[in-house]
Design a protein around this ligand. Structure first.
Ligand code: PHE
Length: 467
């Protein structure tokens, strides 16, 4: 990290400038893009996007998701990064600082507090799924997949879900790895590895798309993903698409605020936010194009739920030449993508504990990670065929479904809505102009979208889903 000077013209924030300079900055625009992409690209793109698309009928859902990214996600990402850079601290203290400078209610800090809570809940089940992905590294590497039929591969996955002890071991391993990096502050090294791993993941996805195009069902998959059939879209589906736009871009919980606080003043927030969002979206669409041809070629059910990628991609690895090698590399990269996202979830909680109690980093990590790990066990026990699956809460939902629903579809959009209102209505326009340094009409466009369209769209989707 380097130490450029920062200078603000339109409001008086000397303390922030000093603190930001002390904390250091990303070494380059690229470093920020890599870290933010590392957080954004994860299980959300490769595991969650395909399965919720399958469950919600395809094309129309994808269209709504893309619209949400463009008109809600990107403007709110810019606002989050902006708040972080202007505030110059961890999310909670950035909000506190800005609220003080602009003479606003100190209650705005609760927004960041809600983000910490949401990070905690997301990480608990994210680590369980990260554990599934980690276990598939071994499955692929041991050659167990080669030549297997769709049924055998389905049975392998159900076997994993039905075995709480194995799930616990993999969940513990994944969470342990995440805690290790956060406790030792190894972020720098990890971010550098993103430079190699992200492009590698991208290339492997392209290879998988190439393989999928040989199944003879590529056109069917493309129609499923890109030809909107609005009769298959429900209001619930619209909420899920909106929630996923927040989840996949790591928005609404302060991650982008935290990363923004290390961004130099001369780097364009708009360009970097658009770059990160486009990269994230491309990865999700590629994952869809890799998975759905296999689904259709093998007569699988697109709406089969969270196991979708674990039942389809292994089938491709079972059939293609060098499948065990490709499979191993693919799952290693997936674990890495999940790991960089998990770290970005744990980091703000740990930072908050450190600031609040003056606890040291290792103790904070052990406490926060340990509690997430415990909550993860509740998700494990609620998965199919495990003891708690007998007590489905709320309309047949498991604890895992419920935590996923509560965070992605309620807390994140609510966090994003509040960020839009805070930046759009409570910060000074001159401050926003100075931070974004965008020429007209771009600034005006962003400002109106952030003030009116993004919050109203989120509110409408919420209200519709209440009734
Ligand atoms: N964006 C990550 C993914 O798509 C998940 C995540 C959500 C990470 C929120 C940080 C904050 O996998």
């Amino acid at each position: 990290m380097t130490q450029p000077s920062s200078h603000y013209a339109v409001d008086d924030v000397p303390a922030v400038g000093a603190s930001a300079a002390k904390r250091g900055f990303w070494s380059s625009r690229m470093a920020f893009i890599l870290a933010a992409t590392g957080s954004a690209v994860g299980l959300g793109n490769i595991w969650k996007f395909p399965y919720i698309t399958g469950e919600n009928g395809g094309g129309a859902f994808v269209l709504v998701y893309l619209l949400c990214i463009a008109i809600i996600g990107i403007p709110i990402m810019m606002a989050e990064v902006l708040i972080g850079r202007r505030g110059g601290h961890s999310p909670i203290n950035s909000m506190r600082t800005l609220a003080r400078i602009f003479k606003l209610s100190p209650r705005w800090v609760w927004l960041a507090g809600m983000g910490v809570f949401a990070s905690f809940v997301i990480l608990s089940f994210y680590s369980v799924i990260g554990g599934w992905a980690t276990s598939y590294v071994l499955t692929a590497a041991s050659g167990q997949l080669s030549g297997q039929s769709a049924d055998a591969i389905g049975a392998m996955f159900s076997g994993l879900l039905g075995d709480p002890v194995r799930l616990l071991i993999w969940h513990s391993l994944f969470m342990g790895l995440t805690m290790l990096v956060v406790a030792r502050g190894l972020r720098g090294g990890l971010e550098r590895s993103v430079t190699i791993l992200m492009p590698a993941l991208f290339i492997l996805l392209l290879i998988m798309v190439g393989y999928a195009s040989t199944t003879g069902h590529f056109g069917e998959a493309a129609r499923f993903l890109f030809q909107p059939d609005f009769s298959r879209l429900t209001t619930q589906g619209v909420l899920i698409a909106l929630g996923h736009a927040f989840f996949t871009l790591s928005l609404g919980i302060g991650v982008m605020m935290a990363y923004g606080s290390y961004l130099q003043q001369d780097i364009s927030i708009a360009r970097t936010s658009v770059t990160v969002s486009v990269l994230d979206t491309v990865v999700a669409l590629l994952a869809g194009m890799a998975i759905f041809p296999i689904v259709f070629a093998n007569g699988l059910e697109p709406g089969s739920g969270p196991g979708l990628i674990f039942q389809t991609l292994p089938l491709a690895f079972a059939q293609m030449p060098w499948g065990s090698v490709f499979g191993t590399v693919f799952f290693v990269l997936l674990v890495f993508a999940a790991w960089t996202s998990a770290i970005s979830l744990l980091e703000p909680i740990v930072e908050w504990l450190e600031e609040m109690d003056g606890m040291n980093r290792v103790t904070s990590t052990l406490l926060a990670g340990g509690l997430c790990w415990l909550l993860g066990i509740a998700s494990i026990l609620s998965l199919n065929a495990c003891p708690l699956a007998m007590f489905p809460l709320f309309e047949g939902k498991t604890i895992f479904d419920l935590l996923d629903y509560l965070t992605a579809n309620v807390l994140l959009p609510l966090g994003g809505l509040t960020v839009a209102v805070f930046a759009g209505w409570f910060l000074k326009r001159a401050t926003l102009e100075e931070e974004l340094a965008l020429p007209q009409p771009w600034f005006g466009l962003w400002y109106s979208v952030l003030r009116y369209i993004s919050p109203v769209a989120v509110a409408i989707v919420f209200v519709y889903n209440l009734f």
